[in-house]
Design a protein around this ligand. Sequence first.
Ligand code: 3PG
Ligand code: MG
Length: 466
Amino acid sequence: MQKFLREQQAALSITSKLDSAFVCTVLAVVFEHYIIFNINKSIMTINEFNFAGKKAIVRVDFNVPLDENGKITDDTRIRGALPTLKKILGDGGAVIIMSHMGKPKGKVDMKKSLGQIREAVEKALGVPVAFAPDCAKAADAAKALKMGEALLLENLRFYPEEEGKPVGIDKADPAYDEAKKAMKASQKEFAKTLASYADCYVMDAFGTAHRKHASTAVIADYFDADNKMLGLLMEKEVQAVDNVLSNIKRPFVAIMGGSKVSSKIGIIENLLGKVDKLILCGGMTYTFAKAHGGEIGDSIVELDKLDVALGVEELAKKNGVELVLGSDCTATNGLDFDTMSVKPGAEIITCPANKVPAGFEGVDAGPESQKAFAEAIKGAKTILWNGPAGVFECDTFTAGSRAIGDAIAEATKNGAFSLIGGGDSVACVNKFGLADQVSYISTGGGALLEAIEGKVLPGVAAIKGE
Ligand code: 3PG
Ligand code: MG
């Protein structure tokens, strides 16, 4: 992509810096639009398929947040998959639903069992949903499945074959390569087993489409081109990304939160080539504060990424992007992360983000930062939000994320297109009752960001036969 842009720029021999930045943006948009447009054009979708009398195995992303009692706290992803599942059942077909939940790393972990959500899925679908407690031994259950019914498979990631990474062996171990090869071979067998349950395969797990796993990609090899397709959610999500990228109305403001700079650096750098303003909030605030020699107490920090933080600031300056960082914060010396509550007697203070006292950790954006974030969002015409501004799961520390959500709702009312992605930001929007005041809520986090970066998602490529 970078090379493509450089070559295009050279060919046009643009000299002015401003012009070249402009051409670069235009080419990036055209290029990405081309990729997404092509995807839309060349893949069969389920509307062209009649499922009557067929068993369809559908990869969904039911990696939904659960509370400590296993109750679903946000069902956006289940609701997102319903149109596809209902289309199959409505045609007179049967569905075998498969998903992962969490990161059990190839081991059975009942806290991550999809059995916990079977009832909710049944309620949402309105047809009987049976449960197969071992996803790789579900042949009989799949066989017994009648048309109009559904079968939910247990968490795919209870098998290491789903991710295809060898477990219990370090990358530095000389035997690692052999183990990886063996795992790739058994991954194929695993995917083949899943494929054997059904007549056709539907990929509708947008949230996991950036993973090249057995159920999101490898399985597609076991169906011919006429019997594998993208689902309606995939189509809708890809279209939403296309809407943003092909028609960026300015100012374009992105808000990135979350705890780590390192996990978001790719998209942050990419966005710095697209947006007019970038708000960075959440835990990464303290890595930036520390990079400038600030005192951050016990706040979350990536000490080995201080140079990355400074690099982000430099790139923003170079690209003329207004970077908005949290200047103050709400800090506490007693947040219990297990119960997401403040321990009795604990102190809650407001302080500069670079002067957090020892023993305290920053857990939310302070009032000054909230004001700055809202001000930056005001007047935006395109908005992307991924990642909260604080530990919003604790009711005491929602103010930063709420200020962002409210400002986005206001800007949307004034004509902005707002795209919200990532489990936590979506949970915020739902928690604050703002879901119907934003333009689009994505079921994807990492997948959405990779799509926005212009990467072809492995889950899409597999259906295309690439
Ligand atoms: C997510 O929640 O991000 C998706 O379900 C993908 O999960 P993963 O990040 O564990 O692959
Ligand atoms: Mg994730």
